[in-house]
Design a protein around this ligand. Structure first.
Ligand SMILES: [Zn+2]
Length: 460
């Protein structure tokens, strides 16, 4: 059967937009009105039920699971193909919106509303792709479930509850990211370096009494503060000289030294400038007490300016998943406790944990306290090649390739799944922002790409 996907999509345009507007009007933010009927509040539940009602109206089997997730099932066969999306949205600051976030509005070919891009628009586009094929009377070789969660933005309780009771699809995708597609997510470990405190056995000009930087492990700290006891005026002189010679920014007030860097996400630490390691570099030039000195020396010798872990021989790279990265997100030094919290994203084939267990660093111990395995589908797998080909057929984009990221996507919840769409390369990413929008043309294009993908994977 030959299908002109773009033409077929246009036949459903009015219905799609009307359903989408209804869905976007639901204020599906995590709520405080939590009951057994509404486990994450009444907003997410209302959006979930509304989505399922579209499936019922169109003649398909639907199921609500634990009031927090659900599915619409179409097609036939033993094998199950899954499409996973979500209808909950992140909170809004109304004053920052040009038109109200839950009153969808069209301006210049774009729909403005909270959730239009993340993830109500994409999830509905995927549903319409399956519906479009079914209404054409395709010969299904698989069952397809459009699985809808209502707690993706907070704690993934929707998918946990859903997959505790329901069948795991053999393959699938989640339209909750960008095109072309993300076939891999690196493994993710959190660990900490702790200083072994020693007897202070020397006379020093300065004592480090406090150092603090960073609030979360998964961000590069953009500000670091140290409290240093000693001669304040001499300290100011040394600091100002240092700042002038090193091209860094900072300030000093009495015994409080502040250094600034540049924030970046923890999965891409090389894009930021770590304020704490810069501060440590200055502190190492001072005549410091034993423990203060050991702490800043550890930082400078082993982790400063080293997002790829070369100094500790933790560098790793492969063609499949790229580089292992190390973000030093939280620094804390007090009189009896000093640590550096680290967030690493690393390829599946790298045995980071074993390497860390064998690390020997003077005055410092390493403790790994969380580790999540990598999630990926091989780049040459039929799932990846088929989805990518459908994308290329409809966009003509031969430049952007499927990729691996350090962050996590909803695809992690599928045993064998990738993130596929819908933000197009070059488009502004307004997910989680004020005035979130999506081009109507992009929405329709997504339906066509999804329909061709699903047709090739489920009807042949
Ligand atoms: Zn999302």
């Amino acid at each position: 059967m030959t299908i002109n996907f773009k033409e077929e999509v246009l036949k459903h345009k009015e219905d799609l937009l009307s359903d989408l507007f209804e869905l976007l009007k639901v204020r599906s933010i995590l709520g405080t009105d939590v009951t057994e009927e509404t486990p994450v509040g009444s907003g997410p539940k209302e959006a979930l039920e509304l989505f399922l009602s579209f499936g019922e109206r169109d003649g398909y089997a639907t199921k609500l699971v634990d009031n927090i997730a659900g599915h619409i099932e179409i097609g036939k066969g033993d094998d199950l193909f899954g499409i996973l999306g979500h209808v909950d949205v992140v909170p809004v600051t109304e004053s920052e919106w040009i038109t109200p976030p839950f009153s969808p509005t069209i301006r210049d070919g774009k729909i403005y509303a909270r959730g239009v891009l993340d993830d109500k628009g994409p999830t509905l586009a995927a549903y319409y792709a399956v519906k479009l094929l079914d209404k054409l009377g395709v010969d299904w070789k698989k069952r397809i479930r459009v699985i809808i969660g209502s707690d993706e933005e907070t704690a993934f309780r929707c998918v946990k509850a859903y997959f505790a009771k329901e069948e795991q699809p053999s393959i699938g995708f989640t339209p909750d990211a960008m095109f072309p597609l993300i076939y891999g997510e690196k493994a993710h470990a959190n660990f900490r370096y702790s200083l072994k405190f020693k007897e202070n056995n020397k006379q020093s000009a300065y004592t480090l009494t406090k150092l603090n930087a960073g609030l979360v492990k998964n961000m590069v700290p953009s500000e670091a503060i140290a409290i240093v006891e000693g001669d304040n005026s001499k300290l100011a002189e040394l600091f100002n000289e240092y700042v002038a010679s090193k091209n860094i920014t900072g300030k000093i007030e009495n015994n409080k030294v502040t250094v600034y860097g540049k924030a970046a996400h923890g999965s891409t630490p090389h894009l930021g400038e770590n304020a704490a390691t810069k501060l440590a570099e200055f502190l190492l030039t001072l005549d410091l007490d034993t423990n203060g000195h050991n702490y800043v020396k550890f930082i400078v010798d082993n982790i400063a300016n080293d997002p790829f872990g070369e100094k500790l021989a933790l560098k790793y790279n492969d063609d499949e998943m790229g580089d292992a990265t190390y973000n030093y997100g939280i620094f804390s030094y007090e009189s009896d406790k000093a640590l550096v919290e680290t967030d690493s994203r690393y390829p599946a084939k790298f045995n980071l944990i074993e390497k860390l267990e064998k690390l020997e660093i003077e005055n410092v111990e390493v403790e790994v306290y969380s580790n999540k395995e990598a999630h990926y589908v091989p780049k040459d797998d039929e799932l990846v090649t088929t989805l990518w080909q459908a994308y290329k057929n409809h966009t003509g984009d031969e430049i952007n390739e499927p990729r691996v990221i350090g962050g996590g996507t909803y695809a992690r919840c599928l045993k064998k799944g990738v993130a596929f769409g819908v933000l197009l390369p070059g488009r502004e990413d307004t997910m989680h922002q004020a005035n979130e929008y999506m081009f109507i043309d992009d929405l329709l294009l997504s339906v066509a790409i999804f329909a061709e993908s699903i047709y090739n994977l489920c009807c042949k």
